[in-house]
Write a protein that binds this ligand. Structure first.
Ligand SMILES: Nc1nc2c(c(=O)[nH]1)N[C@H]1C(S)=C(S)[C@@H](COP(=O)(O)OP(=O)(O)OC[C@H]3O[C@@H](n4cnc5c(=O)[nH]c(N)nc54)[C@H](O)[C@@H]3O)O[C@H]1N2
Ligand SMILES: Nc1nc2c(c(=O)[nH]1)N[C@H]1C(S)=C(S)[C@@H](COP(=O)(O)OP(=O)(O)OC[C@H]3O[C@@H](n4cnc5c(=O)[nH]c(N)nc54)[C@H](O)[C@@H]3O)O[C@H]1N2
Ligand SMILES: [Mo]
Length: 694
């Protein structure tokens, strides 16, 4: 008998079930059941009763224990020894020394006078989406300190502002109602990879006869399973939406009553759409005019018709306008009237009344005048900026938590150069030695979701969730909250809010009339009181209750060409003729999980998908090492020659850790820091490159 299979005393120990929530930056925010035996996690499963999760977890998170038990977890505080230019060398230190060092450094900077603390920058994103281990105690600390404020734009702010400009809030269809649709446009979303629990409802609809159409430059695994796939050029969605409107108008497939009652500014948008016959859009999108006309007829004649956007289309110069245009389509046909009709990009707005962000984050603690704002998407440039009247003080200290900017922020060469400044004091709260932790002065071991308490909202469904800790912290790891509480104490912040424990914070997070905390504890999740078919009779969260086709400040939305395209930059396009997009890999979550071997083995290695015609023209063969390059840098990876890429577009699936790539770089070596039309977001998918054999 194999020894490993022999029963150990532990096998007979009683098990407990802990109600938890997946912390990752994903629309699904699953409810999880964690089974613990003798202080160890032995199983992680989806909650069968939570409607969006329906008992299923993705491949990544069902292996969560492989990540939290990983032999390379950071287990105790570390301090850098040696310069940042060299190989990362660290020495173990105690928590007191780590916290004293950080407190002394931050105090010295902040103590120089009013406004001086702005030289300190928090840098965080959605490594955990938890309201407690995200921006609660951390926000209080940086507000009270008077540190620079971070504009958290790296992911979704173009789309979010597009949605706000149209509907006044980040609101949309109920996830579950997609099961009732007869037509679903999956637009800028690889749902099977990055929104799996939506896909279940789309499948239900498909089994009941619905048509599924995927609109995506890449032939994704989702496109494979749809009835139709329109492989448009990146950044051309606004043109496609305008041409669909053109056809709906000329074929009179409009819901005139819905437009008259529930939409403001339709005549102006109608005027614009009439300038976009299918032929014009076809040449911008790289599609056939017939494909566009057919799609318009299908959309105009099918009810209920639903659109699932994800954030793919808004990572280009005109991303905000594109979202505005696509989001308006259901108003033209009155799709909102029907269960299973309408659109969804983000459901976060439904949590607006429920989440008490002001209590959690305490913006009232900030000094006056309010500290400056630094955009996280231009961190490369900003770390390299000198002090000046427009900018304020040079950034001297960065505290990173829940993020891996060196891997994920655009134009890595600048980001790396910034973090490699020996005069910059960098603290990183992490589970692992990421590319960012490698450039830290102090690394602090953070707890994972299995080890701390949290509460969650979702941007893809309308349930609040709780995450109870399942096991004790691993090694000397501490929750983010504990770190900021301890720093507050060292800096002498004596407001009572700095003494509040995680359970007090968790109880503050949701307003009791919206989410009952006892119920949350007992069930693990609570459904928000969101109306059924919420916009069947208009009632959008704009001041007038009507959707805005024409916005008082922004005007009528339009197609805005990419910064980097043949349309807008012909000379650049002559040198770098291929458009590169870098969407998520299915078995990673941004740069999280890249170090989990079993998942990395499924993804293989960093790849660039290229169409056979483009490969042949450059003499590239499948599996060979290539150099992808532009004026910003060179990135070496393997070519995958296949038709997942459309002609003229290459796909560099992300986001690999730089140090696990072929020569210590990743795809962001090539992306730039120019910002989108709305929301000040990066234009990751608006990027021209050329490829050659290495
Ligand atoms: N497995 C997995 N799941 C994830 C993530 C992950 O990394 N891995 N990331 C999470 C995060 S942070 C987010 S923000 C969400 C959403 O993350 P998104 O970035 O929206 O990711 P996807 O849903 O994959 O959708 C992107 C799709 O848009 C396509 N696309 C690129 N450019 C364009 C364009 O110009 N127009 C159109 N129509 N399509 C375009 C891409 O080919 C891709 O298939 O997913 C989350 N879920
Ligand atoms: N080229 C290209 N670049 C992109 C994108 C793209 O599509 N293409 N996508 C962009 C998008 S949508 C996003 S959202 C960003 C994502 O960028 P990030 O939000 O930085 O996401 P991750 O890369 O997953 O890094 C999160 C880190 O947080 C850590 N973490 C997780 N939980 C905790 C915790 O409880 N405490 C602490 N202290 N740390 C924790 C994880 O270990 C991980 O290293 O990347 C963007 N970058
Ligand atoms: Mo994201």
């Amino acid at each position: 008998m194999n020894d490993a299979l022999a029963a150990s005393p532990q096998d007979t120990a009683p098990t407990t079930l802990v109600r938890a929530a997946c912390p990752h930056d994903c629309p699904d925010t699953c409810a999880m059941h964690v089974t613990v035996q003798a202080g160890r996690v032995i199983r992680i499963q989806g909650d069968p009763d939570h409607p969006p999760t329906h008992g299923a977890l993705c491949t990544k998170v069902s292996r969560y224990a492989e990540r939290s038990d990983h032999p390379e977890r950071v287990l105790h505080p570390l301090k850098r020894v040696g310069p940042k230019a060299g190989p990362p060398r660290f020495e173990r230190i105690g928590w007191d020394e780590a916290l004293d060092t950080i407190a002394a450094r931050l105090t010295a900077i902040a103590g120089r006078g009013p406004g001086a603390a702005q030289a300190i920058l928090p840098y965080s994103y959605a490594g955990t989406m938890g309201l407690i281990q995200g921006e609660s105690m951390a926000a209080r600390f940086f507000h009270r300190l008077g540190a620079s404020r971070l504009d958290r734009t790296i992911c979704a702010s173009a789309g979010a502002e597009g949605l706000m400009a149209t509907y006044g809030g980040k609101v949309g269809m109920h996830l579950e109602d997609y099961a009732h649709a007869k037509l679903i446009l999956i637009w800028g979303s690889n749902s099977i990879a990055s929104n799996l629990h939506f896909w279940t409802f789309a499948q239900q609809a498909k089994r009941q006869g619905a048509t599924l159409v995927c609109i995506d430059p890449r032939r994704t695994e989702t496109a494979d399973k749809c009835h139709q796939h329109l492989a448009l050029r990146p950044g051309s969605d606004g043109a496609l939406a305008l041409a669909l409107m053109h056809e709906l108008i000329t074929q009179d497939l409009l819901d005139h009553d819905y437009l008259a009652q529930h939409v403001e500014g339709w005549p102006a948008l109608r005027e614009r759409a009439l300038q976009w016959p299918a032929e014009r859009a076809a040449s911008v999108c790289g599609l056939e005019a017939g494909q566009i006309r057919d799609l318009a007829l299908l959309y105009g004649r099918t009810q209920p018709a639903a659109i699932r956007l994800n954030y793919g289309m808004q990572r280009a110069h005109g991303g905000g306008n594109a979202v505005r245009l696509v989001a308006l389509l259901p108003c033209l046909t009155g799709a909102w009237r029907h269960r299973g009709g309408g659109m969804l990009l983000s459901a976060s707005g439904w949590f607006g009344p429920a989440v008490d962000a002001a209590s959690l984050e305490r913006p009232d603690l900030m000094p006056q005048p309010l500290p400056r704002i630094i955009n996280m998407s231009t961190i490369g440039d900003d770390l390299l900026r000198e002090s000046g009247p427009d900018f304020g003080p040079r950034i001297e200290a960065v505290v990173v938590y829940n993020s891996n900017p060196v891997a994920v922020a655009p134009q890595s060469r600048r980001v790396v150069a910034g973090f490699a400044r020996d005069d910059l004091f960098t603290v990183v709260l992490e589970h692992f030695m990421t590319d960012t932790a490698d450039l830290a002065d102090i690394v602090l071991p953070a707890t994972t979701q299995l080890e701390h308490l949290d509460v969650h909202r979702s941007y893809g469904h309308t349930y609040a969730l709780i995450n109870q800790p399942a096991i004790a912290p691993v090694g000397e790891a501490r929750p983010n909250t504990a770190v900021f509480r301890a720093l507050a104490q060292r800096l002498g912040f004596d407001e009572p809010c700095f003494a509040e424990g995680d359970e007090v914070l968790a109880r503050q997070a949701f307003r009791p009339d919206q989410v009952d905390f006892e119920q949350l504890q007992a069930h693990g999740w609570v459904r928000l009181p969101v109306p059924d078919r919420p916009f069947a009779e208009g009632g959008f969260p704009t001041p007038s209750g009507r959707a805005l086709a024409d916005h008082p400040q922004l005007g009528v939305p339009d197609h805005i060409p990419n910064y980097e395209s043949a349309e807008s930059a012909p000379a650049l396009a002559a040198r770098y003729p291929l458009a590169m997009i870098s969407p998520p890999a299915r078995h990673f979550l941004n740069s999280t999980f890249v170090n989990v071997k079993s998942l990395r083995d499924i993804e293989g290695e960093p790849l660039l998908e290229i169409h056979p015609e483009d490969a042949a023209a450059r003499g590239l063969v499948d599996g060979s090492v290539v150099e992808v390059f532009n004026d910003r840098g060179v990135y070496r990876c393997k070519a995958a020659v296949n038709t997942r890429a459309r002609p003229g577009v290459v796909n560099g699936l992300g986001i690999w850790w730089r140090k696990l790539g072929l020569d210590g770089t990743n795809v962001n070596e090539l992306t730039h820091q120019r910002l989108t039309d709305l929301g000040r977001a990066p234009a990751f998918y608006d990027c021209l490159v050329e490829v050659r054999a290495a």
